[in-house]
Write a protein that binds this ligand. Structure first.
Ligand SMILES: NC(=O)c1ccc[n+]([C@@H]2O[C@H](COP(=O)([O-])OP(=O)(O)OC[C@H]3O[C@@H](n4cnc5c(N)ncnc54)[C@H](OP(=O)(O)O)[C@@H]3O)[C@@H](O)[C@H]2O)c1
Length: 270
């Protein structure tokens, strides 16, 4: 398998290709992934775990899904466990981070992935939909990053990757709440990258375009079809398309990158 993707990628994905946790790139790194029960977060948690990291897979409601993920990876001798917390609740986040530190004594990688959307035209938007989206996609990033950064500052190292969206760049009708939350994530990423850089902590974001997960299932089929036709790479993205960039930003190969947001959208946002 080695040599297939060039040195950097072979090294990063060594666990994935060979299921050899002992030699894997992220061996002994402790990674907290929020919203790991489904979609993009699940794929990131799985990949980090297969690449040797000790993964704490946060979830909120999808107990069955997270249990199947954890069991399948534990059967492959990966170190992964689930931790329930509603990331919009500051107290629950504080307890979650305390629990991780009690068990593992450190946190090397934080993936702020949990998110949702509640699309509607602004004139018709309910206050509840505005608040839920801002709380889940942005306030959660504030809570989790605040508590985890205290641990990483003590360690003098850490990688934080936030989940933004193409929607922050390309105003999509019906997504005023979602776009505002994801634009906030980009600005938050820049400000916090500046604060934490001197502590050896790199904070970056990724902004996926259209990725095939549950989040798209209530999207208008015609609007989705039209958007897909406009993608220069000619297809909708998969969770695997996001994983590579996240593993790169979580690795030491990105040590001189801070405050950036990487669009992963098949060119839709060009
Ligand atoms: N898919 C796309 O096209 C796309 C594009 C751009 C950006 N993104 C972003 O990528 C991230 C993942 O999206 P996805 O498509 O994978 O969505 P998804 O399949 O709907 O999964 C969302 C995940 O977020 C978790 N979550 C939601 N609210 C939570 C809360 N209060 N506390 C803890 N976890 C919570 C869910 O956990 P439970 O099910 O356990 O509650 C689930 O694991 C989101 O931030 C999303 O905005 C996605």
């Amino acid at each position: 398998m080695k040599g297939r993707y060039g040195d950097i990628w072979d090294e990063l994905f060594s666990g994935l290709w060979e299921a050899n946790v002992e030699e894997a790139y992220f061996k002994n790194k402790v990674a907290l992934v929020t919203g790991a029960s489904r979609g993009i977060g699940r794929a990131i948690a799985e990949s980090l775990s297969l690449c040797g990291a000790r993964v704490i897979a946060n979830y909120h409601k999808s107990e069955k899904e997270i249990t199947s993920l954890v069991e399948s990876l534990q059967n492959k001798h990966c170190a992964i466990e689930a931790l329930r917390a509603d990331v919009t609740n500051g107290k629950e986040v504080e307890r979650m981070v305390d629990e991780v530190v009690k068990r593992y004594e450190r946190i090397d990688i934080l993936i702020n992935n949990a998110g949702l959307k509640r699309d509607s035209f602004l004139a018709l938007m309910s206050d509840e939909d505005w608040v839920e989206v801002i709380d889940t996609n942005l306030k959660s990033v504030y809570y989790v990053t605040k508590w985890v950064s205290r641990i990483m500052m003590r360690q003098h190292e850490g990688k934080i990757i936030n989940m933004s969206s193409l929607s922050a760049f390309k105003g999509l009708a019906g997504q005023a709440n979602y776009a505002a939350s994801k634009g906030g994530v980009i600005s938050f990423t820049r400000a916090v990258a500046r604060e934490l850089g001197r502590f050896g902590i790199q904070v970056n974001a990724v902004a996926p375009g259209l990725i095939e997960t549950d989040i798209l299932k209530d999207m208008d089929k015609e609007a989705l079809k039209e958007l897909i036709q406009g993608i220069p790479l000619g297809r909708i993205g998969t969770v695997g398309d996001i994983v590579g960039a996240v593993l790169f930003l979580a690795s030491n190969h990105s040590d001189y990158i801070a405050g950036q947001t990487l669009l992963i959208d098949g060119g839709l946002g060009i």
